[in-house]
Design a protein around this ligand. Structure first.
Ligand code: GAP
Length: 408
């Protein structure tokens, strides 16, 4: 029977087995920034590949994009991020700690009981500079969402692909937010990855597509093994909606710290395309040849966090069992997500024939799957090591004398 999973169980496993490490750990790390180790990079890549397969390869109404992280800063004025992508913060006058007002209960510091400052608005975007001449640099931002790269490329994509509505543009990539409330392992990171689809539809058909994407995105998580009881939809109340959204649902997962957002699905209306048209002067509109109309499409946006998806898949798959009074951990991961697909394990590493056969088997999988050979422990322990990281197939090579076979 699996006991309730704590976040520290997951983070310990990640560190112990090389899924996720604290970034620049030898210098004491940096808050809420993480590195994916040899197993983590495979798991994360598999999550991205499965998303891309479902969102692009298995459909005929979408295209892909890989836009840059740095963008002309006008982008963020048009999108509303310069003006309103901010948290209201207070500082403690005693211990100097900083808190988000929406996370506080009462008017005293939750750490030391000290007096708090008046709330101030704190923009979450990271600023940097471009330019090679000292004193002639321009402030730019590290993108806080990948979505805007899709909106500003709307005409480029439309003109080069000749798509008709409805169609979507999928993109995965890094995003950055100077988060104030951190903690909970990778759940709220300052550097993270998103998997976003902007699905452009005819105004009036937005509600229908909105419902479609709610179901489609829930199904994707279920299809990769997330248990029904660990996933739910929660609609945003009116006062919770982002400045661009007409409606929004969160797909919430039962993380060890409780129900929390895994993915957001929003009806962004025509807000972004209209704002970019207004500020850039370039008309981001669609010509409907069937009706001879020109209009701005509406957008349905399923926007997921890859790091949160990795954390959710690990949490859902984490199981324990007791074998001969000893507790052991195993990951019941869907084979498509498993970092290593096959482990080839010799029963006896001192027998050259066995070792040779193991290497031949491993070579046979080369180029198709991530396969490992391991002979650094007894066979029981080798199996347990693979169970702990969710390897679906183990091949053991053994040596049986012909005489023994005849006796069987
Ligand atoms: N384009 C819409 C958008 O960015 P969001 O709800 O702010 O919407 C989408 O972010 C998803 O990105 C979230 O559902 C979450 O999975 C992920 N995400 C957001 N902030 C994050 C953070 N600080 N660390 C890890 N993932 C984050």
């Amino acid at each position: 029977m699996t006991k309730k999973v704590e976040l520290k169980d997951i983070s310990n496993l990640c560190k112990r087995r090389g899924f996720i490490f604290q970034d620049s750990e030898i210098y004491g790390g940096i808050g809420s920034v993480w590195d994916y180790g040899p197993l983590g990079v495979e798991l994360k890549k598999n999550v991205k590949d499965e998303w891309w397969k479902r969102m692009v390869y298995e459909r005929n109404d979408t295209e892909g994009l890989d836009a840059a992280i740095l963008m002309n800063p006008e982008t963020w004025k048009a999108s509303g991020h310069v003006a309103s992508f901010a948290d209201l913060l207070v500082d403690c006058k005693g211990c100097k700690k900083r808190f988000r007002t929406d996370k506080l209960e009462g008017d005293k510091c939750p750490e030391c009981g000290g007096e708090l400052t008046e709330p101030r608005s704190f923009n979450l975007m990271f600023k940097t500079q471009v330019g090679s001449v000292e004193g002639k640099t321009e402030d730019v931002y590290l993108r806080p969402e990948t979505a805007q790269g899709i909106f500003v490329n709307f005409n480029n994509i439309l003109n080069t692909t000749r798509r008709k509505l409805p169609f979507g543009v999928a993109q995965t990539g890094k995003a950055f937010r100077n988060e104030i409330t951190t903690g909970n392992f990778t759940f709220r990171s300052r550097e993270f990855e998103q998997m976003e689809m902007e699905f452009f539809v005819k105004p009036g058909e937005d509600e229908k597509w909105y419902e479609y994407w709610l179901k489609e995105r829930m199904d994707w998580y279920f299809s990769l093994g997330i248990r029904k009881e660990n996933l739910r939809l929660r609609e945003h109340a009116k006062d919770e909606l982002a400045h661009y959204a007409k409606r929004c649902h969160d797909i919430e997962f039962m993380f060890p710290m409780g129900w929390s957002e895994l993915e957001g699905i929003a009806n962004r209306t025509d807000y972004d395309l209209k704002k970019h048209s207004e500020i850039s002067g370039e008309h981001l509109v669609y010509f409907d040849s069937a009706t001879n109309e020109r209009y701005t499409p509406y957008v349905i946006e399923p926007s997921g966090g890859i790091d949160r998806a990795v954390l959710a898949f690990l949490t859902d798959a984490y199981r324990t069992e007791t074998v001969r009074d000893r507790e052991r951990v195993y990951l019941a991961l869907d084979y498509r997500l498993s970092p290593i697909k096959v482990a080839v394990l010799p029963l006896l590493k001192k027998k050259p024939e066995i070792v040779e056969m193991c290497h031949k088997i491993r070579e046979g999988f080369k180029g198709r799957y991530r396969v490992v050979y391991d002979d650094t422990a007894s066979i029981g322990r080798l199996y347990r090591r693979q169970d702990e990281i969710g390897t679906p197939f183990c091949v053991t090579v053994m040596w049986i004398r012909w005489k023994t076979v005849k006796q069987l």
